[in-house]
Design a protein around this ligand. Structure first.
Ligand code: FAD
Length: 454
């Protein structure tokens, strides 16, 4: 006999979990099905473990620079097993907390692989089989690392970010193929730990989704922490018969690497059987959805990495709120994706929201850029964190803020404040008081600069 639900969510990553919780809060009967671990990529192999390692890496670098602010540290070395244990304990703690949250909200959790048979019928397989009947479905099945055909993953030498988060030892050398967000963050982790890190990026610069000044600043700062960047070049082969492996780049350069991390992006994951049973329309490998996040099948919604929009956990949760509202009788649409902040937890951090200077140029928007600098900020200087810059873009026709890009200490924290500035003009902006001394005053400097001529 099939169990009955109002909404069944497939995938318990940040998107699926948030959707299930929101539906449960609306008072409907909800089930969530997860084939691996609650928390999905984000908690188990993504956001949280990478931030735990980055925190250890940052503390290590701070300890090495402690003498600059009058603290003599006799020895600062990584205790890798302890760093790994701490990371694993953090992940385990959140898994436990999420399981408790599901229970508290009366969400029925199924462990197993879910296959959709029809818009109201799902089968869960985990040794045995369970059939579920439901009114609505939310697909939140996430994504996986893209593999390079000529450099396939072997889990030992050629690895994905998943293995890179749990290496048994700190490698002596690592080549990272791909200088996007994940490759750049892991480069910071291992460079801080003492690994000789080289990033090879096919495009002309690291973090190519941000403006060029951001990439240049990051490349310069990466050099200071020992990360070499080779841009505009592809890796053609990896010879694993040698130890360390030999990495050959198309410009003829050869590098030695104990580990080769392939980090060239992520691809949405949807079970073939589900696509076929529902006859889902796809956008490449992503599920096609409308603004209400409904797929081409009525009553079936899709959110998060599987729809290929932001590849960010908070993008997934934002979409989850919309899909959950619609699956429980509401009528919500996704608003401007550009307003979902983009965050990179490198050293220094990068965060942006809204339109950047380059986007404005490409879209033909007449804009003025205002700048603020960390080196002129009291708190940044006090904390010895003087690297960085903020750029605010003002729309000259409306006299309102269109976007903010921040590179520097805790940029990922105050980008949320930056988000609130978007759409504001001089009158509203003039009413904001920035406490002194705070790093946010850099934002104030950039705002003042952007409006100095208005
Ligand atoms: P996922 O988190 O991928 O969850 C999908 C879940 O669905 C998985 O648990 C999977 O097992 C399950 N599933 C799939 N198919 C089935 C099936 N048939 N049956 C049952 N279950 C199924 N984003 C940020 O915003 N900030 C960061 O700092 C950040 N850091 C990252 C670092 C790394 C190393 C990586 C890899 C990613 C990072 N991301 C970060 C991205 C973030 O992890 C993803 O955007 C987010 O996890 C997507 O959430 P989701 O719910 O769409 O999918």
């Amino acid at each position: 006999m099939a169990e009955n639900f109002d909404v069944v969510v497939i995938g318990a990553g940040p998107g699926g979990f948030r959707a299930a919780k929101r539906c449960a809060q609306k008072g409907v009967q909800v089930a969530i099905i997860e084939k691996e671990f609650i928390g999905g990529t984000c908690l188990n192999w993504g956001c949280i473990p990478s931030k735990a390692l980055l925190a250890s890496a940052h503390t290590l670098l701070s300890a090495k620079h402690a003498a600059e602010i009058g603290i003599d540290v006799t020895s600062a070395t990584p205790n890798w097993p302890k760093i790994q244990q701490r990371k694993d304990a953090i992940v385990a703690g959140f898994r436990k907390a999420m399981t408790a949250t599901a229970q508290a909200h009366n969400i029925r959790v199924f462990t197993g692989r879910a296959i959709v048979k029809a818009p109201n019928k799902i089968t869960v397989t985990n040794g045995s089989k369970a059939d579920l009947q439901t009114k609505k479905i939310i697909l939140a099945t996430g994504s996986e690392s893209i593999e390079l055909a000529n450099i396939p993953f072997d889990g030992q030498t050629v690895i994905s970010s998943k293995e890179a988060l749990s290496l048994p030892q700190i490698p002596k050398s690592m080549v990272i193929i791909g200088g996007g967000v994940i490759g750049s963050e892991l480069a910071c982790v291992y460079a801080a730990m003492g690994t000789k890190v080289t990033i090879v990026e096919a495009l002309s610069r690291l973090l190519p989704m941000e403006d060029e000044w951001v990439s240049r600043l990051i490349e310069r700062e990466f050099k200071k922490i020992g990360i070499d960047s080779i841009t505009g070049a592809k890796v053609t082969s990896v010879d694993k018969t040698a130890s360390p492996a030999k990495v050959v780049i198309e410009n003829g350069q050869k590098l030695e690497a104990e580990k080769v991390l392939v980090s060239v992006g992520r691809r949405p994951t949807v079970d073939k059987e589900t696509i076929e049973a529902l006859n889902l329309k796809m956008n490449g490998s992503a599920i096609k959805v409308n603004e209400r996040l409904e797929t081409t099948v009525h009553g079936v919604y899709a959110i998060g990495d599987v729809v290929g929009t932001t590849f960010l956990a908070h993008g997934a949760t934002t979409e989850a709120d919309v899909a959950a509202a619609n699956a429980t009788g509401g009528d919500r649409k996704m608003s401007d994706y550009c307003l979902i902040p983009r965050v990179v937890f490198t050293f220094p951090e990068v965060a942006s929201v809204g339109k950047s200077e380059e986007t404005c140029k490409n879209e033909g928007i007449d804009a003025t850029v205002g700048k603020g600098f960390f080196k002129g900020n009291g708190r940044s200087v006090a904390h010895n964190e003087t690297t960085g810059q903020i750029q605010i873009v003002r729309d000259n026709s409306t006299n309102k803020i269109l976007g903010v890009t921040i590179v520097g200490f805790i940029a990922t924290e105050f980008v949320t404040l930056a988000r609130l500035l978007i759409g504001l003009g001089p009158a509203e902006l003039g009413r904001i008081t920035y406490p002194h001394p705070t790093i946010c005053e850099t934002l104030e400097d950039a705002v003042k600069d952007a409006f100095s001529s208005s």
